[in-house]
Design a protein around this ligand. Structure first.
Ligand code: AOF
Ligand code: ZN
Length: 374
């Protein structure tokens, strides 16, 4: 067999890491390929939280065969004792002689220390191969670690003329089944699904992830409602489903709060008058180890998030239909006085999903993942 290049081994490790997108939360998903004399002797990806990291999964698959091997890892191996033992120690003990990692781990407990420990034990290390792809895989984890705020994606399903519901609020369904299936795949890989109380009152959504094909081992996202005055009905569909629901409110103890708590809802109080301070909501979610937030909300919450610069990425589904000017828009924003005040975006991806068009765009103020070595 012809030998693969380092880049091909790393690409394989990245593909393996993708297998963990729905299951490793709040840990990053990582892939590892062990190669000796041009032969893959073991490989794997991060197990669900509390289980072995990618490196240990690959080492277990290699049995004793990792002596003298090179490890291709999509993230710097950890050198700390967390819920699991340090991967650096396992690699050293197994006799791995060379480690190629795509990027360093910004977790302050790791950040450079993993590579240093390997170096001190005589393992040669390289960093930066396919870094940009590795970053894309764990944007949420990186955002939480580096800025104390999750990565925020807002999904909006709209007509081609940018309308999200009739004036009456009716919106089921604007986009087709293909787009709705795509949404469930995004929900599944998110740590939290966030909406506003207006959507809860209007649509009574479940907010759960129900992907057709990727349900195995899925860690259900945390369900989050921004509801300053605690108007969420205790019997709302989302509160009656298994799994945790968090409601962010500005109100202190009230009879409504007691009823919601009795329905199993966790209430988080933040500042703001009259509306919740969304920066605080997101900071608190990061403290709760939420990496990625998937927003499915109406124009009020989307407008406020956009105006405060809190959206990192827009996932927009455009259905081939026209609803007209009387229907609801996408972002409730104060009228702009000058065109210079508009929110500029960069389009990152454009494709058909079923009969609808999907655009991924980010505000131009949000930096793209750092390019390096690709
Ligand atoms: C790796 N390989 O596959 C992953 C890593 O509590 P623990 O022991 O599970 O450690 C969690 C931390 O380990 C996490 O915050 C991140 O720094 C790192 N994740 N490291 O060597 C892996 N998933
Ligand atoms: Zn580790």
């Amino acid at each position: 067999m012809t030998r693969l290049t380092d880049q091909e081994y790393m690409a394989r490790a990245l593909r393996l890491a993708r297998n963990g997108l729905n299951t490793t939360d709040p840990n990053p998903t990582v892939g590892c390929v062990l190669v000796r004399d041009g032969e893959i002797v073991g490989e794997g990806w991060t197990a669900p939280v509390g289980g072995p990291h990618a490196e240990r999964v690959a080492l277990a698959a290699a049995g004793g065969g990792a002596r003298g091997a090179t490890a291709f890892v999509t993230l710097e191996p950890c050198g700390h004792q967390g819920r699991t033992g340090p991967c650096t120690a396992a690699l050293i003990e197994a006799g791995v002689v060379h480690v190629v990692c795509a990027m360093s781990d910004p977790n302050p407990l790791v950040s450079g220390a993993g590579l240093r420990m390997l170096g001190e034990a005589g393992v040669s290390v390289e960093q930066g191969l396919m870094e940009q792809s590795a970053r894309k895989l764990n944007e949420g984890y990186l955002a939480r670690m580096t800025r104390g705020r999750p990565w925020v994606r807002s999904k909006i399903a709209t007509s081609l003329d940018g309308r999200t519901a009739l004036a009456s609020g009716e919106s089921k369904w604007i986009t087709g089944p293909g787009a709705r299936g795509d949404v469930h795949r995004w929900r599944a890989r998110s740590s939290a699904v966030l909406t506003g109380v207006g959507t809860v009152l209007a649509d009574d959504p479940s907010l759960t992830a129900r992907p057709d094909d990727e349900g195995a081992g899925l860690v259900q996202p945390l369900r989050v409602i921004v509801d300053s005055a605690l108007r969420t009905p205790p019997a709302a569909r989302t509160t009656s489903l298994p799994g945790e629901v968090v409601v962010f409110a500005t109100a202190a103890a009230t009879p409504r709060r007691t009823k919601l708590e009795a329905a199993g809802v966790r209430i988080e109080q933040v500042e703001g008058s009259p509306r919740c301070d969304l920066g605080q909501v997101l900071a608190r979610l990061a403290e709760l180890e939420v990496n990625d937030v998937w927003v499915e909300a109406g124009p009020t919450l989307n407008g406020a998030l956009l105006a405060h610069g809190l959206i990192d990425e827009l996932v927009l589904y455009y259905a081939p239909q026209i609803l007209g000017d009387g229907a609801r828009g996408m972002f409730a924003l104060a009228p702009l006085a000058r065109l210079g005040d508009r929110h500029e975006l960069v389009i990152e991806d454009l494709r058909m999903v079923g009969r609808d068009l999907r655009i991924l765009a980010r505000p131009s103020t949000v930096l793209a993942p750092q390019a390096a070595g690709e």
